[in-house]
Design a protein around this ligand. Sequence first.
Ligand code: HSE
Length: 309
Amino acid sequence: MQKEIKAFAPASIGNIGIGFDIMGLCIEHPGDEVIARLSNKPGLHIKAIHGGDALPLDPSKNTASVAVAHLLEHLGQSNRGIELEIFKKMPSGSGLGSSAASAVAAAVAVNALLESGLRKRDLLRFACLGEQVASGGFHADNVAPSLLGGIVLIRDNDSLDVHTLPAPEELFVAVVHPHVELLTKHAREILKPDLPLKTHIRQSANVASFVAALFNSDYDLLGRSLTDHVIEPQRASLIPGFYAVKAAAMEANALGCSISGAGPSIFALFKGVTDAEKAGLAMQKAFEKAGVSSTIYLSPVNRHGAVVF
Ligand code: HSE
């Protein structure tokens, strides 16, 4: 049998509400898996995609293979025979960083397969280039947390100036995914390009305070900082029952609640697992009232990110 490596890359909460394209948080599950195999047939091929809805098998269109193609080019091995098998464990267009997770898992698997000696961090650009195929933008707010784990701040997406922030010990996440699809491309297209100065001041104060709260494990400040004045008001109407679901989370002691990535999933942060469990159910009920079924994911902050196993 040809040599093979399997990698897992977790879901992530892009933006964390207030940090559009510049912050992300890694959760434990769900996540995508990719098996990479050496093959006698030159070039990159996708053997199969298990799960997911009709994702492209064409290597030039799939986030996983595009990430790998950029890695191979960097290694000067573009013609190397490699076969990918992708196991989608979360839906696309969910706001859980699904396309990023596939790109990350594939890059990590092939990097290990070829024993290239590159560190995980070196794979960031390749995975972002892969994810770009699906999202239409070059931003690391899902790729970086999925790859590296933890809570990540991106000072600059072009140069990938990426920093891991401390995650308070008891921080817990509930993410509820309503079973409707919202394409990131569409959720980006509807955004206004400009911002009133007053809104900029309020938003940047919240982002800075959120970072301070993480450093000091100040859960109250963290909660006060989690109000998105920019993106949430523009995207809320794309998500059925958004304000009712958010109210349900806040009534169940959420520190804060907003849209996960480009949506439609909604996340809430908590101090401890107990409130997160209660809130998850309450949020699900609120979605139900809005006529949508949903799936609840509960997780501490995943501090490790993608792994080979
Ligand atoms: N920052 C991105 C957005 C996340 O909100 O559009 C989804 O890729």
